[in-house]
Write a protein that binds this ligand. Sequence first.
Ligand code: AP5
Length: 225
Amino acid sequence: MIRIVLLGPPGSGKGTQASTLQKRRGIPHIASGDLLRANVRDHTQLGRQAQPYMDRGDLVPDALILDMMSDRLSQPDAREGYVLDGFPRTVAQAEALEQRLGQLGGEPDAVIYLDVPETEILRRLSGRRTCPACNAVYHVDTMPPQREGICDTCGAELVQRQDEKPDVIRKRLQVYAEQTQPLLEFYRGRSLLHEIDGTIGVDNVLRAIEDIVATARASVQEQTA
Ligand code: AP5
């Protein structure tokens, strides 16, 4: 059992890495953004409430997010641990994760921060293509699908996300700096933060994350032995 949080600005590669970790290590990848987009697509009450915030690049209010994540973290697969992508995103969410969310309760075993500068983020997000069916992520230049515009995994047509317009990307970066960056200090203070240069290529970032996960797993096993 291992609980990992991936932190980083929009476009830093959290989803790319978490989905590979799920495939290679069997740790459930739980992405708050993917859960919200599924609710928007299915026209649920949560989707209708969340959509205006997401379209503007603002954070969805904590109360809605905490209900959604509490549900998700209470499902049976999360008993084996998780890689969280996009959550927590505010100090209030991090405190809730620590204190009361899901059956696992307690603080994560490791928090991994992917450090990527703004110029690179803008390049990545303008070329990103996403699969609306299975959430696979591509980039038109650096990670293109085998057939242009078609998901390698499930064959669905790839799309550009609604929040990838330049003014919305700028807003998301501003919101990240104001509301999510304080989490670096929060987790540093708990000695849980690991920082990785997120520009070193997908495979090298994955290797660095896997080293951290292996060390965290060994420490969890030691504590529970
Ligand atoms: P969310 O979906 O979580 O978006 P985000 O955090 O802004 O992150 P992204 O999904 O844009 O990027 P990523 O870091 O996963 O990068 P990716 O792997 O795709 O949130 C969307 C919205 O939902 C928020 O704005 C908010 O409204 C709401 N929301 C979600 N969670 C919330 C919460 N907890 N509280 C409140 N509101 C919430 O990679 C990006 C691109 O780069 C891809 O094209 C990829 O191919 C490429 N790439 C990845 N890694 C590399 C690499 N190492 N080198 C080169 N290219 C790379």
